[in-house]
Design a protein around this ligand. Sequence first.
Ligand code: S3P
Length: 425
Amino acid sequence: MIVRVPGDKSVSQRALLLAALAEGESRLRGVLPSADPRSTAGALRAMGAVIPPLPDDGSEIRVVGRGLRGLEAPRSPLDLGNSGTGTRLLLGVLAGQPFESVVDGDASLRSRPMARVTDPLGAMGARFEWLGEVGRLPVRVRGGALKGLEYDLPVASAQVKSALLLAGVVGGVPVGLTEPGASRDHTERMLRGCGVSVLTHVRGPGRRVELRDPPARLRPLDLDVPGDLSSAAFVVLAGLLGVTPGPVTVEGVGLNPTRDGMLDLFRRMGGRLTVEATGDAGGEPVGRITIEGGTLRPIEVDEADVTAAVDEIPAVAVAAVRAPGVTRIRGAGELRVKETDRIRAVAVNLKALGVDVVETDDGLDVTGTDAPLQGRVDAFDDHRIAMVFGVLGAAPGNRIEVEGRESVEVSFPGFWSLLERLRHG
Ligand code: S3P
């Protein structure tokens, strides 16, 4: 069976932001028509960017940008919904805009740490006033003239790195960053496509990223958004757990090497995966992944694995349920500050299904079993938690009810019908 997955969420969000900041009209195809990019688009429209509604079929949209410092002060708080990426990247943009704005989001987003971006943005000259709890949304931003930044990121985070690079671009100031691991580099690639010089050097397991001479304007984008590798992970998981009767191929999926760690992890678990590069879209490698099942075995997952597959660790933990022995996941503390505490969510749900799982500060030990799994689990308002347990529930012999199925709308509209197709061919 051949399937496609919707557009990449990370690339879609960045494309909307950079198109809004470019001078002239950008053309974007395959933008993910889901809640997160819609929140980001809504915030950009509230500041004067001309962005049409995101079409459900991913057809081309034309975005008229406002230039680097041409956004207008929004009249009401910017509501970023559930989108951590939209929020953090936008905070970088707002830091360099000469106006005041308020950024807010849903209950999940209000619980997520924002000081990781506002501290370094504050060092560049932006001012932030917490309107609720310190370090959490809502926040009032007073942007303006910025100064350059030299900064060591305490955690490998593409969102923090991107926010700081965007602040440098908008503010027209140099930024030098060192990160302890190699986080996804979509922003660097897309900025290069807009005519910005961003240099990257390997530094041990991490990276040194430099924005030296930010240009006065950004070239508009003409870009095809690849399918989302993180969404493809659920199809791969379905193949590994025997949801699909035969081999399944995901076509047109982004294969960015800074975030394809799940391919390695699933292969180490015994998954039979074939990956074929077919070309390039918007500066990102694209290809197809074929899954032909496999006999699963337990693995040890460390911090570097987590950085390269940060959103796929719940899928690895769920695959581990069918790997006889103990899969140990460590160095995954960042999962506790995602859309929900994903370590806790996976542990609570697996326990509810009778799986032997131990939660540690920064990871999980999952003991594989071949028992049929039945029961009720909670999505914890987190799209990826809903989807991994949806796939586990579709595996032969299991009957799992997922509470909060609608949260998949954040990143994967059509997920439940695709799962039915995978199941029944
Ligand atoms: C993202 C970066 C990751 C990832 C998130 C998307 C991005 O977060 O978990 O889903 O688009 O930059 P961190 O940068 O916080 O690790």
